[in-house]
Design a protein around this ligand. Structure first.
Ligand SMILES: [Zn+2]
Ligand SMILES: [Zn+2]
Length: 373
C-alpha cells in the first residue's frame, strides 16, 4: 500500500498510465496485411484489459475489499442519515417530553379522580404509590440518560490500553470503544446512538438508558391497565355518537356533553398511546435484557456473531471475554456490590458511577484461561 500519497503523486501516476494507454493505441509499423482482423481484435482486447488495469490501479489499496467499496458507495446516504439523526435528536426529545406530559395531564384529570372516587382505600394507596414511583423513575432516568456523557477515550494520555487506532479521531481505541459517526467521536463501551435521548448510549449512561426503557415500559403498562375500563366506556360512547342510525333517531346531545366528549377522546388517546409504546418499547427492552445477560452491547452483538461464524469454520469456539455469567453481568451494569444495592441502586434513583473506568476491562480470559479461543 502506498502511504501518504498526495494528489500530485496521484495525478502524475494517472498521466503516466494515460500516456502508456495512448502508446498502446498507436498503430505499430509493419505487420499489417492478411492478418489485419485478428491483429485489430488482439489490440482491442489488449486495450480493454489495460484500461481495466488503469482504472483499478487508480483506487488500489491493499485494504480495499467489497465492504470498503460498498461503504464508499453508500457514503452520501450515511452522511444524510447521520445529519438528519443529529438534527432530529432535539425534535425527538421534545416529542418524548410532550407525549409524556400529555399522558400525565390526562391521568391526573380523568383517570386518578375515577380511582379516588370508586376504588377502596388500599387500592387508592397502591395506585398513588406505584404511579408516582414509576413517574419519578422515568423522569430521573430520562434526564440522566440525555445529560450524562457516555464517556470518551482521553486524548491527552497516549499510554492507555488500546486495540486499534480510530481512523477518524486518529487516537487509540480502548477495548469495547467504537466511533459514533453522529457524535463524530469515539465512545467508551458504545451500545448505539439513540435519537430518542439525543445521545450516545455508552459506558457511563448505559444503566440510565436501560432503566429508562424498563420503567417507561412498566409505566405504560400501568397506565394501559389502569385506564382500560375507562377506555372501554369512552370507546362505546364515541362509537354511539358516530353511529349514523342512533344519531338520526336520538335527540341532539346537551351542551355539557362537550366536556364528556373531550374526556372520552383523551382517554382513548391515552390508552392507544400507552399500549403502543408498551409493546414497542417492551420489545426493545427485552432485546437489551438478552444482550446484557450475554455481556454484550448492540455493536458487539454483530461483531461477536461474525467472530463466532469465522471461528466455527476453523473448528474453534468463540467466547465473549466480557461475559461474567448472567447474574454477574446484571450486577456489573447496576453497580450492585451488596444485597441492599438492589433496593437503593436499582429500585430507587441513584447517580452512582460504574465500577470500571471504561478503558481497562476485567476480562474473563485474563482471569481464568488466557488461551480460551
Ligand atoms: Zn473515533
Ligand atoms: Zn453518538
Amino acid at each position: 500500500m502506498r502511504v501518504g500519497s498526495s494528489w500530485r503523486w496521484q495525478l502524475s501516476r494517472a498521466m503516466r498510465l494515460a500516456l502508456r494507454w495512448c502508446r498502446l493505441c498507436r498503430p505499430q509499423r509493419g505487420g499489417r496485411g492478411a492478418g489485419a482482423k485478428p491483429w485489430i481484435r488482439g489490440r482491442v482486447l489488449e486495450l480493454w484489459s489495460y484500461s481495466k488495469l488503469l482504472l483499478k490501479s487508480l483506487y488500489f489499496n491493499s485494504l480495499t475489499n467489497s465492504d470498503t467499496l460498498l461503504d464508499c458507495a453508500f457514503e452520501p446516504v450515511y452522511w444524510i442519515v447521520d445529519n438528519v439523526t443529529r438534527w432530529f435528536g432535539v425534535v425527538f426529545v421534545c416529542l418524548v417530553v410532550m407525549l409524556t406530559t400529555s399522558v400525565l395531564v390526562i391521568v391526573y384529570l380523568f383517570v386518578l379522580p375515577t380511582i379516588l372516587s370508586t376504588y377502596p382505600l388500599h387500592w387508592v394507596i397502591w395506585h398513588l404509590c406505584c404511579g408516582h414511583w414509576l413517574l419519578v423513575m422515568v423522569v430521573f432516568h430520562y434526564y440522566k440518560a440525555t445529560t450524562t456523557s457516555p464517556g470518551h477515550p482521553p486524548k491527552d494520555k497516549m499510554n492507555i490500553p488500546s486495540v486499534s487506532i480510530c481512523k477518524k479521531c486518529i487516537t487509540p481505541k480502548p477495548p469495547r470503544t467504537h466511533h459514533c459517526s453522529i457524535c463524530n467521536m469515539c465512545v467508551l463501551k458504545m451500545d448505539h446512538h439513540c435519537p430518542w435521548v439525543n445521545n450516545c448510549v455508552g459506558h457511563f449512561n448505559h444503566r440510565y438508558f436501560f432503566s429508562f426503557c424498563l420503567y417507561m415500559t412498566l409505566g405504560c403498562i400501568y397506565c394501559s391497565i389502569s385506564s382500560r375500563d375507562l377506555f372501554m366506556e369512552a370507546y362505546s360512547a364515541i362509537e354511539c355518537e358516530y353511529c349514523p342510525l342512533q344519531r338520526y333517531y336520538q335527540t341532539p346531545p346537551p351542551t355539557e356533553a362537550l366536556s364528556e366528549t373531550v374526556a372520552s377522546k383523551s382517554v382513548i388517546f391515552l390508552w392507544v398511546l400507552t399500549s403502543s409504546v408498551a409493546v414497542a418499547l417492551g420489545g426493545l427492552t427485552l432485546w437489551h435484557v438478552i444482550l446484557i445477560g450475554r455481556g454484550e452491547t448492540s455493536v458487539e452483538r454483530h461483531i461477536n456473531r461474525k467472530e463466532t461464524k469465522r471461528l466455527q469454520e476453523k473448528g474453534k469456539v468463540f467466547r465473549n471475554p466480557y461475559h461474567h455469567g448472567r447474574m454477574n453481568n446484571w450486577k456489573v451494569l447496576f453497580g450492585v456490590e451488596k444485597r441492599s444495592h438492589w433496593f437503593t441502586r436499582v429500585l430507587l434513583p441513584s447517580s452512582h458511577l460504574p465500577n470500571e473506568d471504561g478503558i481497562m476491562w476485567d476480562c474473563t480470559f485474563t482471569r481464568r484461561d488466557p488461551m480460551a479461543i
